[in-house]
Design a protein. Structure first.
Length: 147
């Protein structure tokens, strides 16, 4: 169960997870020991899954973002989605309701890179159909959870 101290710590870490526990403790009015114990507890519980840098994909040559709707046949949703998720281009796979079975978010160097991915995607058994949407502008892409 998350308490107010946990929320304060995660809010502080959302602003900058590289700060020391001592700095976070000072910011939220707690002791460094309490912060360390709370963070370790959140890590053990799986509430904090890891620490990754917030990078600009364009810096690494990934200039194109696509959102791809996928129709999957014969009730093979999970196994097909898991297979799709293994591709390094894929940053998210969502199991959804509605007309489509899944939405994929992927990052690509260019249209040729995307084209190769779509062709590989369509060759996966049980992938029946896809519709690709290109992202023209990212207004918000927030990874942090508001707590």
């Amino acid at each position: 169960m998350i308490d107010e101290l946990d929320r304060k710590i995660v809010r502080a870490m959302n602003r900058n997870a590289r700060r020391s526990f001592r700095d976070i403790a000072r910011d939220i009015g707690s002791s460094a020991t309490a912060v360390i114990h709370a963070v370790r507890k959140l890590e053990r519980a799986g509430a904090i899954k890891g620490y990754v840098p917030d990078v600009d994909p364009r810096y690494f040559g990934l200039h194109l973002v696509a959102i791809i709707a996928v129709r999957i046949s014969q009730g093979k949703l999970i196994e097909t989605q898991e297979k799709i998720s293994l591709d390094p281009h894929v940053s998210a796979v969502f199991d959804v309701t509605g007309e489509w079975d899944s939405f994929i978010v992927g990052r690509f160097a260019d249209s040729e890179d995307l084209n190769g991915f779509i062709k590989r995607l369509l060759s996966i058994r049980h992938v029946d159909r896809t519709v690709t949407h290109l992202v023209l502008n990212v207004v918000k892409d927030e990874k942090r959870v508001p707590v």
